[in-house]
Design a protein around this ligand. Sequence first.
Ligand code: COA
Length: 358
Amino acid sequence: VTVECAGRRISLRTMDTLRKECGSVVDEFTRLESSLSSYINKRNELSKTTESLHKAVKQERGQLTGLAATFKSTESGDLSVEEKEECAALRSKISDLRARIEHIQQELPVTNSGFYLSLILGSNLNVSLVSAVEKMKYKQEYETFKYKVTVAILVLVLLSYLFPWRVMDSISNFLMVWYYCTLTIRESILRVNGSKIKGWWVMHHYLSCVFCGVVLTWRDGECYREFRPQFLLFIFYIGCVQMMQHQYQTGCLRRLHSLGQGHEMDITMEGFSAWMFAGLTFLLPFLCIGYIFQLANAYVLYELYPKCEGEWQVPALSILFFIIAIGNISTTGLVIVRKFRRSNADVARLLRVRMKSE
Ligand code: COA
């Protein structure tokens, strides 16, 4: 059956199909709108709950701080043996609460992103990674980013060897300034979200950014030409060490994640520990060579200085190399010592658990 419409003949069956399809699209849209309004309600509810939890945590913290003074005044008084024992038990209960409040705080979105991120991104941008999966994905992405840019830097350094033009060096230096700046932002976001990255590694990346900036301003004179081959070799070496470091860090990340953060699983924790120490033992000699290289660069630049009148970059880079080397040596040293101590404590804990179960 057909009808005439605007001078054209349209089949009624086609009209029926059109009506049905339009109806289903409208129904789908109505459902979508109602889902959206339910999402908005839940989001508002979530932000209210988050706000009240933040207030409750703050209040609880205040009460815990107040308790410290009460403990002090009570314990300094004349107490019987039973009362002293009760005080000690209460103290341990309260210190357990302190640890648990830290954990609660970590589960909540961050309210203060710190000076650096507020300055760059604005203070009202939310940089919270709420779930553990989100945090892990962000960290993985950070490691992949480091890896890819390191490969690009290695390629550029090789090109600089092949084509010894200043413009090639400037391109790799520009890339490094951008890379280290980006790293400081990503690392600040990671730290705000509970990562245990040592302050020195972030500082190291700020300094590296300044360092590459200073190299960019160094004029293409005799001094620059003299130091250039050693500098390119150094960047190449550090790039290779960073690739090894990437293998180690992503390995740790994968294993820790599959162990469910590895805190409660003693036996698998032992396996993780063994893997981590094997990785560290492999990495350490290369790191040490890198640190010696940094000290040697500082020395060579220091020796070069009398020949390079008016080139302030020479002493500035020498000092920067020295500071970076000392910071790296002391931080890596502390990390290794702490890991060995903690590992011994873990082994002692394991032995205690086994002796109890035998
Ligand atoms: N840069 C960025 N993040 C780092 C880091 C670095 N150099 N070293 C450690 N971290 C991160 C870890 O990924 C971890 O993050 P998470 O809490 O989000 O999981 C956190 O800091 C704590 O790590 P930690 O347990 O202290 O050390 P590690 O086992 O991960 O790594 C080393 C130990 C020694 C291998 C590592 O610190 C390192 O490679 N240091 C040398 C860096 C260096 O000197 N570079 C210049 C090359 S010559």
